[in-house]
Design a binder for this molecule. Structure first.
Ligand SMILES: [Zn+2]
Length: 492
């Protein structure tokens, strides 16, 4: 399996693409005006406490107040550590209006929802996540080898002792730490210690709402979070980003030195694998499958549904086999689409009905296997009696569609337009309404080309009847700027 990371840095935006066997698997986009806030730490101000919701709104200087639930607030004792109470305290016991509070963004504002906050602070490095207010030592469940787990846990215990970090916070060992040397781990611990000291200093810099820590730019996050031993090459198209990345690689993953390259090609870097095309495709509803079927992906506020369809032709022989084949291909395609589109929350998959329980199991196995590569956490709950697969995918940032698109102004997000016929009948009703009220002999209808064409063609006899009924003349004018649904009836 060959994996590659392409990084496109321009003054307008930064884009990072993760490629697997020549195929786009994940895309990350950061623009100056829509830069995410996940991971940023603020000194915020409690602006409203809502006992009924066990939550509070916190001003962190963003457009909309951010939200925090009582479960995400850990009371901090005099020693600076989180206190665990037997009974969960209520929101009123935890915060009061006007209070200043150190918070971290857990979820970006998505759709109409404000950012979601937590006081369980975390600072990530390449191999570790530092928990400055906890004493917990933990290790990623993705590291499965028991021996390696034990080795890493021993190293971190030693590092903590050596770096005088006892009683200074907890650590989570990340999947990336697999095979990491003791020295690298010490580097990480030192780095995180300094980083947290800087955050603490900044708390005292002002009494107002202000930023204490901002996560590094996207291309640096990609280095920290995306590099695994599977990555064969990283190509960057801009000198300054290349320099910064090279320094990071030199300091933290020196064995990767020869895999980083400044891309100087004539063609834009994202043309190498047709990535812009892939992005455009990922904004559409339909995904074609090689076996002739397709996926239809619909994202709503509450959930995402993915419908699997067979191709038009289904041979009468081996009917069940054809369905299985399509569903298996769909399972792999779905896993990829979830990553490329960065879809999260509840996801309902409607595979083609399978009668054989073994076929169902095979499809579920293929799906969970394909999802293993996902950086976001996913959970499959199994197949319901109706053959629906319910799953969730953890998401902290907007989906690709939410990031790149806004609601269609013509249909207002409906995704469909009233037909020209429907509009013609709306126009007739409006003419009747106006005719009853006003004495004028002539009326002018302004509408789109398609609607006017229809009025003068298919609907012409209805129109003649109507004119006779109201005893008035109706004239038409094409308004090229009008959408199919727009029209005006004017007195003349
Ligand atoms: Zn539309």
């Amino acid at each position: 399996m060959s994996e590659e990371i392409l990084i496109n840095v321009t003054p307008m935006e930064t884009r990072v693409a993760l490629i697997e066997n020549g195929l786009l698997q994940e895309i990350f986009i950061e623009r100056p005006h829509s830069k995410g806030h996940v991971g940023d730490i603020y000194l915020g101000k409690v602006v409203r406490v809502m006992p009924g919701m066990e939550a509070a709104f916190i001003d962190i200087g963003l457009e909309r107040a951010a939200f925090i639930h009582s479960a995400d607030i850990a009371p901090v004792g005099p020693d600076g550590f989180e206190v665990k109470d037997e009974v969960a305290p209520s929101i009123q016991q935890l915060v009061r209006e006007g209070q200043m509070i150190v918070v971290q963004v857990a979820k970006d504002p998505i759709g109409s929802k404000g950012a979601r906050l937590t006081t369980h602070l975390t600072l990530p490095s390449r191999n570790l996540v530092y928990l400055p207010r906890s004493r917990h030592i933990a290790i990623s469940q993705r590291l499965e080898n028991e021996e390696e787990r034990a080795r890493l846990l021993t190293i971190i215990e030693e590092c903590i002792a050596q770096e005088d970090m006892q009683d200074k916070g907890g650590f989570i060992i990340r999947t990336a730490a697999e095979g990491c040397a003791r020295e690298e781990m010490i580097e990480d611990v030192r780095f995180l210690k300094k980083l947290w000291a800087a955050v603490e200093r900044r708390v005292g810099e002002s009494r107002d709402v202000h930023v204490l820590y901002r996560d590094v730019p996207l291309y640096m996050r990609a280095m920290r979070d995306l590099i695994t031993p599977h990555i064969e090459k990283i190509r960057i198209d801009t000198q300054h980003a290349f320099d910064e990345i090279s320094r990071f690689i030199h300091d933290f993953i020196p064995e990767f030195r020869n895999n980083v390259e400044l891309y100087m090609g004539e063609r834009p870097i994202f043309d190498l694998y047709g990535i812009d095309d892939e992005i455009n495709k990922a904004l559409g509803r339909q995904v074609k499958l090689k076996s002739g079927g397709d996926l239809i992906i619909d994202q709503t506020e509450a959930m995402t549904t993915i419908d699997v369809n067979t191709g038009a032709y289904l041979g009468s022989k081996n009917h069940a086999e054809t369905i299985l084949k399509t569903n298996l291909e769909a399972a792999t395609a779905i896993a990829r689409q979830l990553r490329v589109r960065n879809l999260g929350g509840i996801i309902i998959l409607d595979f083609i009905d399978m009668i054989d329980p073994e076929h169902q199991r095979q499809v579920l196995r293929t799906l969970s296997k394909a999802l293993e590569k996902d950086h976001a956490r996913t959970t499959i709950t199994g197949m319901s009696d109706l053959g629906l697969v319910e799953m969730t995918r953890k998401r902290t940032r907007e989906s690709l569609g939410q990031l790149l698109c806004s609601e269609c102004v013509v249909c207002k997000g409906r995704g469909r337009l009233k037909t020209a016929e429907t509009i013609c009948y709306e126009i007739f009703r409006e003419i009747m309404r106006v005719a009853r009220v006003y004495e004028n002999d002539v009326m002018l209808v302004m509408a789109s080309q398609r609607v006017v064409d229809r009025l003068l063609d298919e609907e012409s006899s209805t129109l003649a009847d109507l004119e006779e009924l109201i005893g008035k003349t109706v004239r038409f004018e094409v308004e090229p700027m009008y959408t199919q649904e727009q029209f005006d009836v004017v007195l003349f």
